[in-house]
Design a protein. Structure first.
Length: 237
C-alpha cells in the first residue's frame, strides 16, 4: 500500500468514492468536472493497483491549508490506508511550507492520534467563508474543527494589509516627489501648459513675444507701412 499524487485518469474512481460518502451526508458532494479541475489537489492510496482511498489538500495560503474529501473504501479500513493517506497529505503541506493544517471531521479521535487538536470553528475564517456560510447544516453542524500546527491569527492578516497600504502610499509619494518630470511629463503634460518650460510656450502677437514667423529660422518679415515689429504694422500718429 503506497500513496501518490492523483492524475486525471483517477478522477472517475475518486468521484465514485466520494459519492458513496456524500450520499450518506458524510462528505460534501464533488462533481466529476470539479474533480477534474482540482485533480492536482488530490492524493490517492493504492493497494495492488486499485485506489483504496483519496484526499485533497486545499491551500488557502502559507498560513493555512485544509484536508478535504478524505475517504477510504470500507474494505481497506483498519489496514492503515487512512493513516498513510493523511501522512502523505501532511508531507505535501510541509513541502509547501504551510504553517497550519485544518480539517472538519466526525471522528476526532482518529485524527487526534495523528497530532490534530480541536479548535472553535470561528477561528478558521477562511474555511467558514468558503464553505460553512453556504452550508445547510451551519446552525446544526455536527463536525468538529481540528488543526495541526500554528493557528493563524487575525493580527497576521491585518499586518499584511498594513504593509500593502504602506507600500501603495510610498509609491504614491514617490510619484508626487518626481514632479512629473522626464518622460511622464512629456506623455502626460499638465493642463493649460503650466508644465512646459518658458522656452516651450508660444507667445501671442501683441504680448511682447517673438516676432519670428514662418519663412525660416531667424527671418523677420518686413512690416507694412514702416510699422515696428510687435505693433501689428500700425503707424504711430
Amino acid at each position: 500500500m503506497h500513496v501518490r499524487k492523483a492524475i486525471l485518469p483517477d478522477a472517475s474512481a475518486i468521484h465514485g468514492l466520494i459519492f458513496e460518502y456524500a450520499r450518506h451526508g458524510t462528505l460534501l458532494p464533488r462533481s466529476l468536472p470539479e474533480i477534474y479541475e482540482n485533480i492536482r489537489d488530490f492524493t490517492v492510496v493504492e493497494s495492488k493497483g486499485r485506489i483504496a482511498g483519496c484526499g485533497a489538500l486545499h491551500i488557502y495560503g502559507m498560513h493555512l491549508a485544509e484536508l478535504r474529501s478524505i475517504a477510504v473504501w470500507p474494505l481497506y479500513k483498519g489496514r492503515g490506508a487512512g493513516r498513510v493517506l493523511i501522512e502523505g497529505l501532511l508531507d505535501e503541506a510541509r513541502q509547501q511550507r504551510v504553517a497550519c493544517v485544518c480539517l472538519f471531521t466526525r471522528i476526532p479521535s482518529f485524527f487526534g492520534h495523528l497530532g490534530f487538536r480541536k479548535v472553535k470553528m470561528e477561528l478558521l475564517p477562511d474555511k467558514v467563508y468558503k464553505d460553512c456560510r453556504n452550508c445547510g447544516k451551519r446552525k446544526d453542524c455536527d463536525e468538529v474543527a481540528m488543526i495541526r500546527g500554528r493557528l493563524p491569527t487575525f493580527d497576521s492578516h491585518e499586518e499584511a494589509r498594513r504593509k500593502a497600504r504602506r507600500g501603495a502610499k510610498e509609491q504614491k509619494n514617490e510619484y508626487q516627489r518626481s514632479g512629473r518630470t522626464g518622460l511622464s511629463a512629456q506623455r502626460f503634460p499638465l493642463r493649460g501648459g503650466h508644465g512646459r518650460h518658458k522656452s516651450q510656450r508660444q507667445a501671442r502677437p501683441g504680448h511682447g513675444g517673438s516676432s519670428r514667423r514662418r519663412g525660416g529660422r531667424g527671418h523677420v518679415h518686413p512690416q507694412p507701412h514702416g510699422g515696428r515689429p510687435g505693433t501689428g504694422g500700425a503707424r504711430a500718429s
